[in-house]
Ligand binder design. Structure first.
Ligand code: FE2
Ligand code: FE2
Length: 166
């Protein structure tokens, strides 16, 4: 494998370790191990440093306009090609948990893509997006602006499941 491929692989691995350790930290908190939870969060942060360094070495960190274009292409690939295929296979295998997870992601990637398109349009007219309150559904990942809906439009959960992004 070339170093470029190694960097891509290492980026994927470090990114996954970051999200895993954060999930492990939540479990450790719940099980009553705040000290271990803190260690897991610290290691997760270290993995993020590695992931970002690999990305930088790959030359994949560009201007915000270019980054948004890449993000839009990624989200569109996910909801137009990747998840539809995954949904079909999960349906064929009768994997209800995977179906639920893929359905939530498919719906929310469309929201992400349209918000990023809005952001890119703002840049193209030489503006930033207006700074506003943004909330994320902790069940399906849906993103909403300004205020929390009475029920999540994607997964139907109550407003308490939305957390504000700082
Ligand atoms: Fe997304
Ligand atoms: Fe939701």
């Amino acid at each position: 494998m070339s170093t470029k491929e190694n960097l891509k692989d290492a980026f994927a691995g470090e990114s996954q370790a970051n999200r895993k350790y954060l999930a492990f930290a939540k479990i450790a908190e719940k099980e009553g191990y705040p000290g271990i939870a803190k260690l897991l969060r610290a290691a997760a942060e270290g993995e993020t440093v590695h992931a970002h360094a690999h990305l930088r070495a790959l030359g994949e960190l560009k201007s915000t306009a270019e980054n948004l274009q890449e993000a839009i292409a990624g989200e569109q690939h996910e909801f137009k090609e990747m998840y539809p295929k995954y949904l079909e296979e999960a349906l064929a295998e009768g994997d209800q948990k995977a179906l639920n997870s893929f359905r939530n992601a498919t719906a929310v990637e469309q929201v992400h893509a349209s918000l990023f398109i809005e952001a890119l349009e703002a840049i193209q007219t030489e503006k930033d997006m207006r700074t506003r309150a943004i909330y994320v559904c902790q069940v399906c990942g849906n993103v909403v602006l300004d205020s929390v809906p009475a029920a999540c439009p994607v997964c139907g959960v109550k407003p308490e499941k939305y957390e504000e992004v700082k």
